[in-house]
Design a protein around this ligand. Structure first.
Ligand code: ADA
Length: 578
């Protein structure tokens, strides 16, 4: 009997669902994390056929010394006990996944940084094998993962969850909050329910919002769904006496949807949200009516031991340092992040610029026929899955791509259109490096530039910034929009110091950042700045030029999170009132 339950006895020792999100998302639906334990990894790269490794998963195979430089395919496998309707959810496989259950291919997915799932109906009860072939090789078919200034690792890099479903299944729940201007809040709830069975079914759907188990509001709905169909239920719940989500007081609420069929529990889904509105007004972004001032860091998901598969504790440590710096925002360069990181940002009041996956693509790379569909798929998956996070205040796309070309412009326009169709509650932007030749500044809600005076260009920061700002205001349709510096920084090798404070020393990096941050934050037309970057990260071999150690060394902490001299400089500036 014990074995029949997916949850099993492990649940008593550790609530494993907490490894997927930082709170439980189901009470009724049975779930079990399949990761958080040892899987088998077998390589097949032609020469190494059949070599097996026991690896704690999630992981990047680069963490295994033998495989530190391996690029190709790796077959991850484990087994699970289940029967009936099963849903497998993969939070991230890098970068292409082909999934098999009992040797039968069930789903494929491209791109490391968004999740995907598969539902298997009527699985025989018993032990089944799950095999995930991860592939991190570069090819024309991979338009987003290319040799780049960060590494495309290989592996099952984020958690995998097994869920047992009944006939009716709550596929998605989005909450949008709106203030009527008098302090009263409305929660607009949109829930998608699927009928997996081959007959029409009726059910009761209970929706409720609570805080610390205390109910705020709720409603009951009679629903009926045709065989094999999905319906969308939309409800507006007015919420009295709730507290707003702000950066200093990030109050969070739970929303629960529960389905009952003939009085019997069928399915449920819980998520978290905050009461807050983001509005662009003139050259400002307002969070619940107050202008947002960004003191931020760009961050890669990268760590010498874990690659991109950081465990929760390592993510939390990064956030501890980010808070210590006095920073209030993170830009998820250059891809959607692990959802547990976003969960923690929700709790800590850290604003997030969440970015679609794409960095530094020129026109030719954007013309790859695989590019636009792949980029649009990541946007769709990112917004669908992260819609409820109050910390996300802006969607970013296409970092430093070909926004100076007509073809590039078409892609920017198409992607902004897609975002606005999916989410009307957040502004969108892109980080440009096309100084004085960007032709896309009419498209975003916020005009953003990456600038490197004092590093790539020996020009005083103020002069450079004033010149850029004037050009935007005088000669472009970006005039009057909020203006943000999405990157600035300098390289500094940890431990490298010399008396002349030359470039690459810790001293020079600290000097450059001081100049950059003080000039940018003193510019009243600019709503804030993101430092490039939080920590040093590994880059592809192909990017070795200008990248000593095959690392991007512009972190204010190195890859082990050891503080460079610049750390205290940034901390002093970010903690001041500037
Ligand atoms: C770019 C880019 C970053 C990084 C940075 C640098 O602007 O967006 O990914 O490569 O420059 O270090 O030069």
């Amino acid at each position: 009997e014990m074995q029949r339950s997916l949850v099993g006895s492990e649940m008593c020792i550790r609530d494993r669902v907490h490894m997927i999100r930082v709170f439980s998302t189901h009470n009724i639906r049975e779930c079990k994390e399949l990761t958080g334990r040892i899987w088998n990894l077998r390589l097949f790269n032609g020469t190494d056929d059949g070599k097996n490794y026991s690896v704690f998963t999630p992981c990047c195979w680069e963490s295994i010394p033998d495989l530190a430089a391996y690029r190709g395919k790796g077959e991850f496998s484990t087994s699970f006990y289940a029967g009936g309707n099963i849903r497998l959810e993969f939070k991230g496989v890098s970068h292409t996944a082909t999934v098999y259950v009992d040797d039968c291919e069930v789903v494929t997915h491209y791109n490391a940084y968004t999740g995907f799932d598969v539902i298997l109906k009527g699985l025989d009860e018993g032990i089944h094998t799950l095999t995930v072939v991860a592939d991190n090789s570069f090819s024309k078919q991979s338009a987003l993962h290319i040799p780049n200034d960060y590494k495309s690792y290989g592996g099952v890099t984020r958690p995998v969850v097994l869920e047992k479903l009944n006939d009716l299944y709550i596929r998605q729940m989005h909450v949008r909050t709106e203030n009527d201007g008098t302090g009263r809040w409305m929660a607009h709830v949109e829930i998608k329910v699927q009928n997996l069975s081959d007959r029409k079914q009726a059910a009761e759907l209970f929706i409720s919002i609570d805080k610390d188990k205390e109910k705020i509001v709720g409603c009951e709905n009679e629903i009926s769904i045709e065989a094999g169909q999905e319906i969308t239920i939309v409800r507006d719940l007015s919420c009295h006496g709730v507290s707003e989500w702000t950066q200093s007081s990030p109050e969070l609420y739970m929303i629960n949807a529960e389905l009952y069929v003939n009085g019997k529990a069928e399915d449920d889904l819980t998520d978290r949200f905050g009461f807050r509105e983001i509005v662009v007004e003139g050259s400002k972004i307002l969070l619940n009516g107050k202008p947002v001032r960004i003191k931020g860091v760009c961050r890669h998901e990268d760590h010498p031991q874990y690659g991109c598969a950081l465990p929760c504790e390592a993510m939390a440590y990064d956030l501890t340092l980010i808070k210590d710096l006095g920073a209030n925002s993170v830009r998820t360069t250059h891809y959607p992040n692990d959802e547990r990181f976003l969960d923690m940002c929700d709790e800590m009041g850290i604003l997030v610029w969440e970015e679609n996956h794409a960095r530094g693509l020129n026109e030719e790379s954007m013309m790859n026929p695989f590019f636009e569909p792949q980029a649009e798929q990541v946007i769709t998956e990112m917004i669908e899955s992260h819609y409820n996070h109050p910390c996300i205040y802006i969607w970013g796309i296409l970092n430093e791509c070909a926004s100076e070309t007509e073809y590039g412009r078409k892609c920017y326009a198409a992607q902004f259109e897609l975002i606005r169709k999916m989410d009307t509650t957040r502004p969108c932007s892109f980080a440009s490096c096309r100084i004085k030749n960007d032709i896309c500044l009419d498209l975003p809600d916020v005009v953003s530039f990456n600038i490197y005076p004092q590093w790539y260009l020996d020009i005083p920061v103020k002069e450079y910034l004033d010149d850029l700002y004037e050009w935007i205001q005088d000669d472009t349709p970006g005039t009057g929009k909020p203006f943000l510096i999405t990157e600035t920084g300098a390289g500094g090798l940890y431990g490298y110091r010399n008396p002349e404070h030359s470039k690459w020393t810790e001293e020079y990096q600290a000097y450059a950042l001081e100049k950059q941050l003080t000039s940018i934050l003193a510019n009243s037309g600019c709503m804030g700045v993101y430092i490039w970057q939080f920590c040093d990260n590994r880059v592809s071999e192909e990017c070795f030029a200008g990248r000593p150690r095959t690392m991007n060394n512009k972190g204010i902490v190195d890859e082990f999170r050891r503080h460079k001299l610049s750390y205290d400089v940034v901390k002093r500036i970010y903690q001041s009132d500037i």
